[in-house]
Design a protein around this ligand. Structure first.
Ligand code: NAD
Length: 495
């Protein structure tokens, strides 16, 4: 396990020497300490990234050359996949098969953006048709500059990949701050990039507290672009900081995503996707479908099946065979989710199953997967993100009611619908006010497709070609191609 900062191609101790604890959420043991960067370290990292961008020529390399580094990073991740996945489990608590999948996805993300970096070489200029024959014009795409990337703890390596891969592909240089709870695999990413021969300063990793290291990134005058995934309140701070000196900004924030199940849905398939939509990664997923709406004629039967299957989920240490629900990431997260369940009960909700620590788990931040019914529409449980394995479920009568309830949220990250009637599913998908819509499933995420939210769920899109656009500026180059004089101030001599 690494503990130092990765700045300008070197492993360095933080200037002020601070550290943060790394706690295994399955055992509550302190398993390691990592560097706690301060503004001084961030300044060194930003200056290294600045130099790599302005002087060392990273943005001037061909896309194909940059793609070579990205593919080498992808190969480096794959070569150590099981080891990195194990580290992710120790740090975050998620079940090993999920971590293994995340690590494979992270490698795939680097390969995908390698492909887009190569395409930048093939199509660097776009001719613009002008109505004045004396001029020609073209548009070119150029990297924005130094990107400051700040990421959360729920998908530690994958979120790093979602930011670093497109930024490097575009030709930006990066200062990445992982979440203080889960920085281990981001440090391994730096080691892999180093082994891949990535030039110094192109990727810098500073670990430490959001309020210190993160704040120093967003306040730094030489950072050109801020890319953030995390909570709404911090996203709002980042947007305010970006506004001060007009930094480019993209935000991926929270959600309270609905899942609408119509009476013609297959009950077992619906139950499984509902479970995947909220219990995967212990429900600590921004796009989790945490509000389930079921047509009234199916509701009672589906609820009974959901409770039956939810009770069967194997809870335990993510490294143990067959475990499908690990601990929450931290003591604080556990306390917050338990408090949210208690508050829901006070507001009149019923805990249909779960709601408490599972028996036999005295250590570790474990919580039973929880189903809440009778949740008032104006209660926090229905309205606010809980970010834990807690689903609210309620019946609806008509398609119109379902759409209205689904869209009645200040968030708009994701939404899902399940029905055998294709026309109805398409109609509801079109009516959802959300950036990501799933039909007959919930959560599958592909690097190729755009990811991001409507309303308070964020600004901008990650993944796919949209993810590359986050790190590119557009420049027009217009030429006066005529031999004639312009003739505004200085009149051409009359012939
Ligand atoms: P958080 O906002 O507290 O922290 C996210 C990151 O921001 C961390 O690295 C943290 O250190 C940093 N940070 C905190 N204060 C900062 C500051 N003042 N300046 C700069 N950086 C600062 O969120 P979290 O607790 O890590 O994650 C949970 C939240 O993130 C949930 O609300 C969830 O919905 C959201 N999330 C969204 C997505 C998405 O794709 N939309 C993905 C994952 C998580």
């Amino acid at each position: 396990m690494r503990s130092e900062l990765y700045i300008d191609g070197q492993w360095v101790k933080p200037v002020k020497g601070g550290t943060c604890e790394v706690i295994n959420p399955a055992t509550e043991e302190v398993i390691h300490r990592i560097a706690a960067a301060t503004a001084e370290d961030v300044d060194l990292a930003v200056k290294a990234a600045r130099r790599a961008f302005d002087k060392d020529g990273w943005p001037k390399l061909t896309g194909a050359r940059r793609a070579g580094y990205l593919r080498a990073i992808a190969a480096g991740i794959r070569a150590r996949q099981a080891e990195i996945a194990r580290l992710e489990v120790l740090d975050n608590g998620k079940p090993f098969p999920e971590a293994d999948w995340d690590v494979a996805d992270a490698a795939g993300c680097f390969d995908f953006y390698a492909g887009l970096a190569e395409q930048l070489d093939n199509n660097p200029e776009e001719a613009i048709a002008l109505p004045d024959a004396r001029f020609t014009s073209k548009a070119v795409r150029e990297p924005i500059g130094v990107a400051g990337a700040i990421i959360p703890w729920n998908y530690p390596l994958l979120m790093a990949a979602w930011k670093v891969a497109p930024a490097l592909a575009a030709g930006c240089t990066v200062v990445l701050k992982p979440a203080e709870l889960t920085s281990l695999t981001a440090l391994e990413l730096a080691a892999i990039a180093d082994e891949a021969g990535l030039p110094p300063g192109v990727l810098n990793i500073v670990t430490g507290a959001g309020s210190v290291a993160g704040q120093a990134i967003i306040d730094h005058g030489q950072v050109d672009k801020l890319a953030f995934t995390g909570s709404g309140p911090v996203g709002s701070k980042i947007m305010a900081a970006a506004a001060r000196d007009i930094k480019r900004v993209s935000l991926e924030l929270g959600g309270k995503s609905p899942f609408v199940v119509f009476e013609d849905a297959d009950i077992d398939k619906a139950v499984e996707w509902i479970m995947f939509g909220i219990f995967w990664n212990q429900g600590q997923v921004c796009s989790a479908t945490s509000r389930v709406l079921v047509q009234d004629t199916l509701y009672e039967r589906l609820l009974a099946r959901l409770i039956e299957e939810t009770k069967k989920i194997k809870i335990g240490n993510g490294l143990d065979e067959g475990v499908l629900l690990g601990p929450l990431v931290s003591k604080r997260q556990h306390e917050q989710v338990v408090a949210a369940i208690e508050k829901a009960q006070q507001a009149g909700a019923t805990v249909a199953c779960g709601g408490v620590r599972p028996e036999g788990f005295d250590k570790g931040y474990y919580l039973q997967p929880t189903v809440l019914t009778d949740v008032p529409l104006d209660s926090a449980a229905w309205v606010e993100e809980i970010f834990g394995p807690v689903v609210c479920i309620r019946p609806f009568k008509t398609e119109e009611d379902a759409v209205e309830l689904a869209n009645d949220s200040r968030f708009g990250l994701a939404a899902a619908v399940m029905s055998k009637d294709e026309a109805r599913a398409e109609r509801v998908a079109a009516a959802f006010r959300a950036g990501i819509v799933w039909i007959n499933c919930s959560q599958p995420t592909f690097t190729e497709a755009p990811w991001g939210g409507y309303k308070e769920s964020g600004i901008g899109r990650e993944l796919g070609r949209w993810g590359l656009d986050n790190y590119l500026e557009t420049k027009q180059i217009t030429r006066f191609a005529s031999e004639d004089s312009w003739g505004w101030y200085i009149k051409p001599e009359a012939a």
